[in-house]
Structure formats: structure tokens, C-alpha cells
Write a protein that binds this ligand. Structure first.
Ligand SMILES: Nc1ncnc2c1ncn2[C@@H]1O[C@H](COP(=O)(O)OP(=O)(O)OP(=O)(O)O)[C@@H](O)[C@H]1O
Ligand SMILES: [Mg+2]
Length: 898
């Protein structure tokens, strides 16, 4: 190095570290002097001709290090694209091996991403040499799409070894999980693949490995910017270059670069991928597209819980990237679709909507998450129950000292006024339209979206603001828009982590019961908590409450400032936050290993949503709690959303399934959940959920009550004795006609029973509702209304039911009481409900009789109940001036002698 001093040596060492060739570095230093930045700039400015680029993936791949730069140059030449990857000299490898720590420091200090480093190659002669000792076939890396890369992998077991090496090198994992391997086999053999695997099981690797293995680009379609951002950051840490595109992308050069094949993995939302069809076709030709991955693919289906209309248009991928359309392709670019929450209906819809091939491989793993402890607890889920419900959390995280500063730290300033005004508490009042109204008639209960809105909007006004549709829509976090997030960082270039890769603690789930029992004995670690609530305001209310108790908490909903949302993500990932109170906007796919508790505060809208959100707990395989606090004394209602009639019906079915999950007292929770997704539960029970641990309530012989209810229902139809005549099981009455006939709702049926039988005078409506569900499950009654309801509303007897009444058998009907029946019994007697005989006896006691009559009176005049809901209604009515009274007062005033 003639004429170069010590500082030049330093710069050369740094630049070699960065991946530049020695000759180019020396040339640059001669031109601009010993300044790293100037030298880099010099090289980049001269990179126009025959530029070269270092692939971060290849830089990190020791297998690649064995290869010569010549080999890669050959690949560059083979590619018709001007951008090419350049392997760096062995000096670099040597330095990397001997001075790892310096290298990392350099990477960080300079902050120049590998993929930005374009160097003039110049060495055309070298480039002609074969890629002799590379593990990956030159054709695979070349991007020469006439020779399909997967072809070369076909039938070869070498790819498995390569995949394992890459897995170890980039992620630190010792082996692929079997479902990951199956998905990769599908890809290697050019097949489409639908991967259905539990949350946190590692689905992402099914599309990340193909990018590393083939050297081509993998395009991932994802529904949320925050999720894309999260994944890109992670990939960068694992030495894989990635970017996301769309209006949320702050750097407008990234799209162009992505279309030139400069990132191994490109994340896009459906809208963007559809806009980029043409550039992507060019990319497929010039560089190669290994795979289209459609993540969170349940969004495709109208029957899923997060339907996104744009996802349905993704069939365009199959049409535009098929071998019949693009003559340079030998095979269609494979599709891999991935989700953790898809029922059979959703799966079929996905396959059809995306035009996935008939040979699509379906990789299905158990949805069972053995370390998750599912619990359901009754709560009013209003501000009045925070103290009781969050007591344990406060104990766990709370400090004794209340800190106003902390509040400022974790709640965005823009939201302080909400806390300071009385709005929050008032809104809480309105949202808690759920007093323990055991006998409240729900005849006015929601029949559809509009009536949900209507019934809520008549509840009152807040600061003069009527609870209009708009107000409620604002109140509820409908899915966060895909671009409703901003990020500071534009691209994510593969950079090795600052710390050594550690083998993940995640293991394939233990299935043996002893192992699960051992899990149960383990204390629940402190780790972070996410509380999911249905409305934006509730995020603020609960965050405020916990903050005042000294918990490090943040609210998260789509209406909060983006800077705040970004910060919450960051703090949450860095364990600075203990609790995040969020709406659904705290996106799916959040992959944080140590989340210990997922609390749902209020009914989720579906079991899919519930399981998806609960699945963010315990990704490290250690015990984690998933607690659902719900008001078990009331039916949940649908949150407003734009739905077609079909979708509305389906939404009710999903909500109803969720409700039934909560009301169930006798089936293992995990079993119910996995069965919901069509899986045969292999284990007898999970052994750790509340039902498994506490056991179901005592069974009760409810034959008499069931017969009474059935009789009353049948009487309404006047056919209790004519079983064969009308109830042949196939006959469906015109619902309209039945309405005219004066069909009775369940509430009316119960009132009739009370009138007819003293014995059942004090039996709560809540109790009968539970029994109606039990009887529906047994096939004795069914819903007679054409509309959907969360639970049976207009019961009609079935043939089996009528036969049950008709048979005068004394045979007992033992059932497990549902959660609402247990609640009703507790509230009535303060001791477990056993049979009605005690109640009957109670009437002889004058005091009991007096109390019961008093309660009956109250029940008959629901407006007299001093519940918050009712009082609020009254307040709301009072706000409206009664014109007649006003006029009367005015007249009186005018007539008063002055
Ligand atoms: N073969 C493996 N061995 C060990 N750990 C793995 C393996 N594959 C993936 N993991 C780890 O599993 C965790 C979850 O991975 P990932 O985010 O891909 O889950 P997912 O299935 O996509 O979950 P979700 O449905 O919530 O999106 C990650 O931290 C990942 O590093
Ligand atoms: Mg995922």
C-alpha cells in the first residue's frame, strides 16, 4: 500500500469489513483520501457500471464464504439484471473469523447497510469461473429463470442439509420443525401449500428459508404495517435483508430497489402487491421470485374473523405468475398461505379464493398450545370491577407510590384531556350497560347491527354528544387500516445481532400429561401482560387505572398518535412496559417470547379472534395465562361493522360460539378451542385450564324443569300432543307466519311459567336461558326465528323434544349447569343451586315470602332497578326537555301576578 499511512489502514480494514474489495478500496482511498465515508461515496458513485452488491444473507453464510467471488460473478453474468451480488475476498472472511467483535462494532458505528454497497466489479475474467465450491447451485443463485431453481432442488436431499445450516446460522435453531419441513418440501416440489399451525409455532420460517435457500426474492403479503415492520426488524437482526412497501413506507427509493431484487424478503399489503404486478413480473424474470407467501390468510375469507376484501383479489397472483402467462417460467410461482386460526369453512374459502392449485399441500399441525392456561371469570367488566379484577396485576407489577410522571410517560399527552375530563368515567358508565340484571328482559336485545347501534344510541348522551353511529364507530377499533401506522425506518438490511444467537427455548409442545402437570406446578413468571378490550376508550380507562396503581402501562388503539404507537411497540419489545391495554389494533403475529398473560376484558367477537390474541402468550413454551373476563350474565353484542346479510349471520354464529365457550362449565377449554378449529383433540384434557383444575359444577337432575320449559314452549304452538302431525323434523315454518301467530320469545315463555307455577316464581330468567341452551344442545329445542341471535330467542320444540315431554318416563335428566345457571343460583340463595324443592319450601317462611315478593315486584318493574344502566337512561331522558312541562311552567309563570 504505497503512500498509505496508519489511518488509511484503519479505513481499509473497515471497508473490507463492510464487504468492499481490496482493489476498489485502495483505488477509492487514492482518490479521496483516508476517509471511510468519502471512500464509500466514491465507490458508490462509480458503481454505475457493472456494479456489485453484497448480499447480507450470503455474507453471513459461512458456506458461502468457502466460495470464491468468481463464482458469484458468474451468477451475475448469468443474470440479465444489472444488479448483482458479489462475494467478497477471503481476507474479509479471515477478518470476520479473527475479529468478530470489531466487525460488529464497525457495522453498527458506520450503519451502512451491506446491501447499499455497490462496488465496480471490473474483474470480468474472474467472473467467468465456475461457482465450484458453493453449496447452492449457481442456477439457483443466478436468477436465470429459464432454469427453474426449484428444479435443481427437486428430489435432492441436499436442500434439507442446506436449510438446516441456514437455520442454524441465521436463527440459531438446531432443526426444522416437522411442519416447516413439510411446507418446504411442497415449495421445493413447486406445490402450493396451506399451512395451518398454532400461533407462535414458527410459520414465518416456511417462507423465510426459501429466500435464503434460493437466493430469489420472497414476496410476503401481510395485513398490517406494524406486523411487517416488526418482522423486517427481526429479519435484519438475523442477517436477512428485507423491506416493506406501501404508503406506510417512508423511503420512496425502497420500492425501486425492491423491484431490482435488492431485498431477500419483500413485505407488501394486498393493495400494494396488486399495484405492483408488472414490476414484479419483471423481477420474476430478472431475478426470480421464489415464492408468494400470504400470511394471516384467514383475512381472505368472509367467514374468517378479520376479513379484508383486498385479500380476496390476491387470486391475481396465480393468474399473473403462472407458467402459462409468463413464458420464462417453467412452473407457476408457488403460493404458501399461512394462518393459525382457520375453521374448515375458512380453509375451503381460502383455497378457492386464491385459486390455489388442486395439488395444494395442506400442512396441518395441532392448534393445541399446551402451556397456555385458559381461564374464564365473571366480571361486569366496568370501572367498578377494575379493583377486583386487576388486583393481582397491581400486586404483581404495582409500586406503592403513585406517580403522575409515570402517567405522562405512558399515556400520550394528546389523551390526557380524556383522563382529566369526566368523559372517561361517564363513558364507562355507558359502556357498562351490564348491571347484574338477572331478570332483565332482553326482548329489545340487538337483532342486527343497526339495532345494536340503536339500542346503544338511545342510552343517553355524553357531554351533549349523542351516542350516534359515528360516535360509536369511533369508539370501537375496527381493524386498523393497513397503512395506519408509520415507521421511522425505511429498509431493513441484514445485520448480525449484537449478541450471540441463542437457541430458542421453544420446543415442540410437550404432549404428555405429566409434563403438563409439571407445567402447572411452575409458578407463573412475572413477564409482560396484554389486556385486550373492545373499545378505544376502555384502553384509556384501564391504562389510567393501572397507571395510578403504579403499573408501567400504556394504552394502544388506532386513534392514538402514531409516535405513541411506535413507542409502545418499542417499549413492549424492550420490556420497558409491563402492561399494554389494547384494542385489536395491537396487531396479530406479534412475536414476543415472554408474554405471560393475555387478558380479554369483555367478550371477544369470535373464538378465532380470541385464540389468535391469546396465542401471543407463552411463546417461550413456559406457562402463560389467558384469562377471559366477561359478563356471564349478559349476552355479548356485535360491534358495529359493515357487513352483508350473510356476513352478519355468520358474525352472529361466531359470537354465539364464543359466548358458548364462556358459558361452558364442563369441557376442557383447550379442547373446546382446538375442536372449534376442526381438530380431533388427541389428549383427553389440557389439565391446566380452570375447568380441568376446578372441575365442573355438580350435575343436576333437571328433568322437571326441562319438561316444564318444553311444555310451555309447545303449548304456544298448540301441538304438545300432536308430535307426529307437525314436528317431523323437516318442516320449516314460515317465520313470518309464526310471528303473526303470536310466537313467544323465551322471555315470554318464562313469564308464562311463572304465572302458571308458584314453584318457579323466583327462578331467574338467567337460569332459564342457561337451561334453554342446554336443551338446544341436546336437540330438544331450536331457534324458530329466521334471524340470528347469540343464543336461542324464539324457541320451538323439536320432534325429539316433544317426544321427551310426551314420554312419561321418570328417567332423570342429569346436566351440568352452565355458567349463567350457576350465577343465578348463587345470587338467589348464596349457596349452590341444587333443586327447586328448597325454593318451594321457602314459601312457607313469611320472611322468605316477603323477600321474594319484593324481588318479584322489582322484576316486574325493571325501570325501578337502581342499576347504572337504568339510571343512566333516566338521566338521559331528563336531559331532553319535556315540552309540555316547559309550556306548563311557562304558562304558570306568565299567569303569576307580578
Ligand atoms: N425450528 C424452530 N425451532 C425453534 N424455534 C423456532 C423454530 N421456528 C420458529 N421458531 C420460533 O418460533 C417463534 C414464533 O415464530 P413465528 O413468528 O414465525 O410464529 P407464527 O407461527 O408465525 O405465529 P403467529 O401465528 O402468531 O403469527 C419465533 O420466535 C421463532 O424464532
Ligand atoms: Mg406469523
Amino acid at each position: 500500500m504505497d503512500g498509505m499511512d496508519a489511518s488509511s489502514d484503519q479505513v481499509i480494514a473497515e471497508m473490507l469489513e463492510m464487504g468492499f474489495e481490496y482493489a476498489n478500496v485502495v483505488q477509492a482511498l487514492k482518490a479521496v483520501g483516508p476517509s471511510t465515508h468519502s471512500a464509500v461515496e466514491f465507490i458508490l458513485n462509480n458503481a454505475g457500471r457493472n456494479s456489485g452488491r453484497t448480499s447480507p444473507a450470503s455474507v453471513n453464510n459461512s458456506k458461502f464464504h468457502k466460495g470464491s467471488e468468481k463464482g458469484l460473478r458468474k451468477r451475475d453474468l448469468a443474470s440479465s439484471h444489472s444488479v448483482s451480488y458479489v462475494r467478497q475476498s477471503s481476507i474479509l472472511d479471515h477478518l470476520r473469523a479473527t475479529n468478530e467483535s470489531t466487525k460488529r462494532k464497525t457495522d453498527t458505528v458506520l450503519g451502512v447497510p451491506f446491501s447499499r454497497l455497490e462496488v465496480p466489479s471490473g474483474n470480468v475474467e474472474e467472473a467467468k469461473e465456475p461457482l465450484c465450491d458453493m453449496d447452492v447451485d449457481s442456477n439457483i443463485l443466478s436468477g436465470n429463470c429459464k432454469v427453474d431453481s426449484l428444479d435443481e432442488l427437486d428430489g435432492s436431499s441436499h436442500w434439507e442439509q442446506r436449510a438446516s445450516n441456514l437455520l442454524q446460522e441465521h436463527f440459531g435453531f438446531s432443526c426444522l420443525k416437522s411442519f416447516q419441513k413439510e411446507a418446504l418440501i411442497a415449495w421445493v416440489t413447486h406445490k402450493d401449500c396451506l399451512v395451518l399451525a398454532a400461533t407462535g409455532s414458527g410459520k414465518s420460517l416456511c417462507f423465510q428459508i426459501p429466500a435464503l435457500l434460493s437466493g430469489k426474492v420472497v414476496v410476503v403479503i401481510s395485513p398490517l404495517i406494524s406486523l411487517m415492520h416488526d418482522q423486517c426488524l427481526k429479519l435484519a437482526r438475523h442477517g436477512i435483508s428485507a423491506c416493506f412497501l406501501g404508503s406506510g413506507q417512508p423511503d420512496n427509493t425502497v420500492e425501486q430497489k425492491a423491484m431490482r431484487g435488492m431485498y431477500s424478503i419483500v413485505y407488501v399489503c394486498p393493495e400494494t402487491v396488486l399495484r405492483l404486478i408488472e414490476p414484479l413480473q419483471k423481477l420474476a424474470k430478472s431475478h426470480g421470485i421464489a415464492l408468494f407467501a400470504i400470511d394471516e390468510v384467514h383475512c381472505v375469507s368472509k367467514w374468517g374473523h378479520d376479513f379484508r376484501p383486498d385479500y380476496r383479489r390476491l387470486s391475481a397472483l396465480r393468474e399473473n405468475f403462472s407458467a402459462s402467462k409468463l413464458e420464462f417460467l417453467k412452473f407457476d410461482v408457488p403460493l404458501v398461505a399461512l394462518t393459525a386460526t382457520a375453521t374448515n369453512l375458512v380453509r375451503e374459502d381460502v383455497l378457492k379464493s386464491l385459486h390455489m392449485s388442486k395439488e395444494t399441500k395442506i400442512v396441518l399441525t395441532s392448534f393445541f398450545r399446551p402451556n397456555l392456561r385458559f381461564i374464564v371469570r365473571h366480571s361486569k367488566t366496568s370501572s367498578s370491577s377494575y379493583g377486583k379484577d386487576f388486583h393481582e396485576l397491581v400486586e404483581l407489577y404495582g409500586k406503592t407510590q403513585k406517580s403522575v410522571d409515570k402517567k405522562k410517560e405512558f399515556i400520550p399527552e394528546e389523551s390526557h384531556d380524556v383522563f382529566n375530563s369526566s368523559d372517561a368515567s361517564r363513558i364507562c358508565e355507558v359502556d357498562s350497560l351490564s348491571p347484574y340484571d338477572l331478570d332483565g328482559d332482553q326482548d329489545d336485545y340487538s337483532e342486527g347491527d343497526n339495532s345494536v347501534l340503536h339500542s346503544r344510541s338511545t342510552s343517553g348522551s355524553i357531554n351533549g354528544k349523542e351516542l350516534s353511529v359515528e360516535y360509536l364507530e369511533n369508539d370501537i377499533d375496527v381493524f386498523q387500516s393497513v397503512d395506519d401506522w408509520d415507521v421511522a425506518c425505511g429498509e431493513f438490511c441484514g445485520q448480525p445481532s449484537q449478541k450471540e444467537w441463542k437457541l430458542s427455548e421453544i420446543v415442540d409442545p410437550p404432549n404428555k400429561s405429566e409434563e403438563r402437570l409439571r407445567l402447572l406446578k411452575e409458578p407463573l413468571e412475572r413477564g409482560p401482560t396484554i389486556i385486550y378490550v373492545p373499545t378505544r376508550k376502555e384502553t384509556l380507562n384501564i391504562a389510567k387505572y393501572l397507571c395510578e396503581c403504579g403499573v408501567k402501562v400504556a394504552a394502544y388503539n388506532a386513534s392514538l398518535p402514531k409516535s405513541h404507537l411506535r413507542r409502545v411497540h418499542k417499549d413492549f419489545h424492550e420490556n420497558t412496559l409491563e402492561v399494554v391495554v389494547a384494542t385489536v389494533a395491537f396487531g396479530m403475529g406479534i412475536d414476543k417470547l415472554n408474554v405471560r398473560r393475555i387478558i380479554h376484558y369483555g367478550w371477544p367477537q369470535s373464538l378465532e379472534a380470541y385464540y389468535q390474541e391469546a396465542g401471543r402468550a407463552g411463546r417461550d413454551g413456559k406457562l402463560a395465562d389467558c384469562i377471559l373476563y366477561a359478563n356471564l350474565s349478559r349476552e355479548p353484542s356485535l360491534l358495529p361493522s359493515h357487513r352483508s346479510e350473510d356476513q352478519l349471520k355468520h358474525a352472529y354464529v361466531m359470537l354465539s360460539d364464543c359466548f358458548r365457550y364462556g358459558m361452558n362449565t364442563s369441557s376442557c377449554r383447550a379442547e373446546t378451542l382446538v375442536k372449534y378449529f376442526g381438530e380431533d383433540f388427541q389428549n383427553e384434557k389440557c389439565l391446566i385450564c380452570d375447568v380441568c383444575v376446578d372441575g365442573p359444577p355438580q350435575m343436576q337432575n333437571l328433568r322437571e324443569e326441562a319438561c316444564t320449559l318444553l311444555q310451555a314452549i309447545a303449548e304456544n304452538y298448540g301441538q304438545s300432543s300432536d308430535v307426529d302431525g307437525l314436528y317431523d323434523g323437516d318442516i320449516h315454518f314460515d317465520p313470518q307466519a309464526r310471528r303473526i301467530k303470536g310466537r313467544l320469545s323465551l322471555n315470554m315463555v318464562v313469564r308464562k311459567i311463572r304465572e302458571q307455577s308458584q314453584k318457579f316464581l323466583t327462578t331467574e330468567m338467567l337460569w332459564w336461558r342457561g337451561l334453554a341452551r342446554v336443551m338446544e344442545q341436546k336437540g330438544y329445542i331450536r331457534e324458530g326465528d329466521c334471524k340470528s341471535h347469540v343464543q336461542i330467542k324464539y324457541p320451538e320444540p323439536t320432534k325429539v323434544g316433544l317426544e321427551f315431554v310426551k314420554s312419561n318416563s321418570e328417567q332423570a335428566l342429569y346436566v351440568y349447569p352452565e355458567a349463567d345457571m350457576v350465577l343465578a343460583a348463587k345470587s338467589n340463595h348464596s349457596k349452590p343451586y341444587s333443586s327447586f324443592s328448597d325454593w318451594g319450601k321457602g314459601w312457607a317462611d313469611p320472611e322468605i315470602r316477603r323477600q321474594r315478593l319484593q324481588r318479584m315486584q322489582l322484576n316486574r318493574k325493571p325501570h325501578m332497578l337502581s342499576s347504572p344502566r337504568k339510571s343512566h337512561k333516566r338521566k338521559a331522558v331528563r336531559v331532553k326537555p319535556d315540552l309540555r312541562t316547559c309550556r306548563g311552567r311557562l304558562a304558570a309563570k306568565l299567569s303569576k301576578p307580578t
